[in-house]
Design a protein. Sequence first.
Length: 223
Amino acid sequence: MGRRPCLYFRPRAGMAELVDAADSKSVALKRRVGSIPSPGTNKSMNFCSNCGSPIVLKVPDGDFLPRHVCEKCGVIHYLNPKIVVGSVPEFEGRILLCKRGIEPRLGFWTIPAGFMENDETLEAGAAREAREEALIDVEIGSLLLLANVTHARQVHVFFRSRMRTPNFGVTHESLEVRLLDERDIPWGDLAFPSTEFALRRFVEDRAKGVERHHVAEMQRRIN
Ligand code: ZN
């Protein structure tokens, strides 16, 4: 197999703007530990984590896409989409939102959500994110949204959730946390397309007294 240039992994101008909610965690982590790989970009991997040799991009035999391959030890480092998990927390009819304290979309409002961790379920991940980002104790309810966010190489999985107590607080990731009446949702200042989609479906379904799950494809944010 030759090392032909591959469009899939070619860096594009403005790539940093294509990331979505999930990158909040990697940005926060980067601040703590220095440079870390950014999944899915062709700058993400220079050296083999198994043996330390330089990585090349090539289509392995029998494969159909270029991969990060170590030609010394033979390990193929696959990069696959990340799962972002979260919930729309509710307490006595009000909805909890967080104002982002980190880039991207610093200062915009979102629901508690972030990267799913290894060795946890979707529900456990959603509850953990609620705890980490808003200091709330939630009972995870029905599935609200499965969002394909292909441009960010992510899948977003959002549930409905109920706060067991009205207690909440600000964390290092949030400038502000608020329990809002539906009419006070800052529709023009939401962080991500999947945030808005989830909230709109949440309030629509609630008005009808139903709890449906929705599957959608998110487009890149234009503004
Ligand atoms: Zn290697």
